[in-house]
Ligand binder design. Structure first.
Ligand code: BES
Ligand code: MN
Ligand code: MN
Length: 458
């Protein structure tokens, strides 16, 4: 009774796993929208009940916003402990127009399961629950100690999980941590991610006069906040793609030769990349390849801009306010608070006369790099080979998962980032999907990971 019977349990329960994932995907657990607070509660309860039913000691932990689910099975004395993290909250589904099937009515097309949260992160997170279930149902135990930490505020960068991790070092103590919330490198080519970007997210509010004005009567004599905002935003980046904030690159760890060579060895067609996105050419920082820009160089993007009149027909107005949301993706060793200070100093220096600019910090997380030369990573390579039938490649990604930094700082553990998604899964966008074949491969890889890690010395 061991891995082989676990594998056959997985084969026999494919349909049941899919149906259960669909049930979870029907719950619109949108963390950003207070109208859905009852739904985030329901999703948390669903995860809690599933973990409890398979025999773990499970707990629903209330926070100021969305509950945390914690569950543990610690009946393998002398064996290592694995901490599994995931998030049950999802991004808002809007805009609804482009969805081919409703976001919370999971639908299978071409072997893909379409729904908000299918890949980010309900489907990926669920693979670890089903792997544990197979071990427990089939053998009555797990090969090592396992802790689950499933939160509901990842998509809103909530501070509640940080407080919980900081206050529960002993409870969360572990030898390994694993997260499936990233992507494979390409179809048929799974990956272990060893680097993620950090994030510094700001909202700007520009105030001009005390009321909207006639642009003929007052224009030219009174500052226009949208013009001011445009010049501020335009100052952030040069034509060479470099961010023009004094000191912004000072802490950036340069790419090393071996890493540039490793990126260059990965199969990558720029023409296919462009064609898929419908752009005639790519744009970015001079002197770096597309993969280097995406994975290992800091970036600045304006995420939203608002102000003035945008309705039908012309309106000659000199608006009194304007605003923008913008974010920097950070790389090692940039410190989000230092970047915030540099950004605020830049804004002060660049603000044109006649307007007042307020800067609010919305989000901050450091970039992470994890070691790839560890027993945990070698175990993960073997587990992925078992689940996917091929050795994974090592990649970095441009997204951010703030908890990885928390695990490093508070628990002193490097996280195994084993992503089962694809780059075209449309996470955060309309028609989010997750391949059902990858769902089952991920479950198998996770089931094997438990055995592989159990075989490593504590
Ligand atoms: N799962 C993503 C992170 C991700 C996306 C990693 C793509 C690798 C590739 C996660 O749920 C997410 O969306 N993170 C946010 C940051 C968060 C603080 C809102 C992100 O990266 O924008
Ligand atoms: Mn995610
Ligand atoms: Mn996300």
């Amino acid at each position: 009774m061991g891995l082989e019977s676990v594998d056959s349990y997985l084969e026999a329960h494919r349909d049941a796993f899919e149906e259960q994932l669909k049930e979870l995907l029907r719950i619109p657990s949108v963390s950003a929208q207070p109208d859905h607070d009852a739904d985030t509660q329901r999703a948390a309860r669903f995860i809690h009940d599933d973990l409890a039913a398979m025999g773990l000691q499970a707990e629903l932990i209330p926070t100021k916003r969305h509950p945390i689910v914690y569950a543990e099975w610690l009946k393998a004395p002398g064996k290592p402990t694995l901490l599994v993290y995931g998030h049950y909250d999802v991004q808002p589904p809007e805009p609804l127009g482009p969805w081919l099937s409703p976001p919370f009515e999971p639908t299978v097309r071409d072997g893909n399961l379409y729904a908000r949260g299918a890949t980010d992160d309900k489907g990926q997170m669920f693979t670890h629950l089903k792997a544990a279930q197979a071990w427990l149902r089939e053998t009555g135990s797990l090969p090592l100690n396992v802790k689950f930490l499933i939160e509901g505020e990842e998509e809103i960068g909530g501070a509640n999980l940080e407080d919980y991790v900081a206050a529960n070092h002993a409870r969360l103590a572990c030898d390994y941590a694993v997260i499936s919330d990233t992507s494979q490198y390409a179809r048929g080519l799974p990956a272990i991610t060893y680097g993620l970007k950090g994030l510094a997210y700001f909202e700007l509010h520009v105030q001009g006069a005390n009321r909207d004005l006639h642009s003929g009567t007052f224009g030219g004599a009174v500052a226009n906040p949208i013009n001011a905002l445009a010049s501020i935003l335009a100052s952030l980046k040069g034509a060479d793609g470099k961010i023009q904030i004094e000191g912004f690159y000072d802490a950036v760890r340069p790419l090393e030769g071996w890493e540039r060579e490793a990126f260059a060895r990965l199969p990558f067609s720029e023409a296919e990349f462009r064609a898929d996105l419908g752009v005639a050419e790519l744009a970015g920082e001079e002197g770096y390849t597309t993969l280097e820009r995406k994975w290992a160089r800091p970036t600045c993007d304006i995420n939203g801009i608002f102000g003035g009149y945008a309705g039908p027909g012309p309106k000659t107005v000199l608006p009194c306010t304007a605003g923008a949301k913008l974010s920097f993706r950070l790389v090692p060793d940039q410190n989000p608070s230092s970047i915030e200070a540099l950004f605020r100093a830049h804004i002060q220096r660049i603000t044109p006369p006649g307007v007042k600019v307020d800067v609010t910090t919305m989000n901050a997380a450091p970039a992470v790099l994890v070691s790839v030369d560890t027993p945990g990573v070698r175990a993960a390579v073997r587990a992925i080979e078992a689940g996917f039938g091929i050795r994974p490649v090592f990649i970095r990604e441009g997204g951010s998962i703030p908890v990885v930094g928390l695990f490093k700082d508070h628990l002193r553990v490097d996280t195994l980032l084993l992503g089962w998604g694809q780059n075209d899964d449309n996470l955060h966008g309309p028609n989010e999907k997750f391949s059902l074949a990858d769902f089952h491969r991920g479950i198998k890889a996770s089931a094997h990971l438990l055995a592989e890690l159990a075989g490593e010395p504590v």
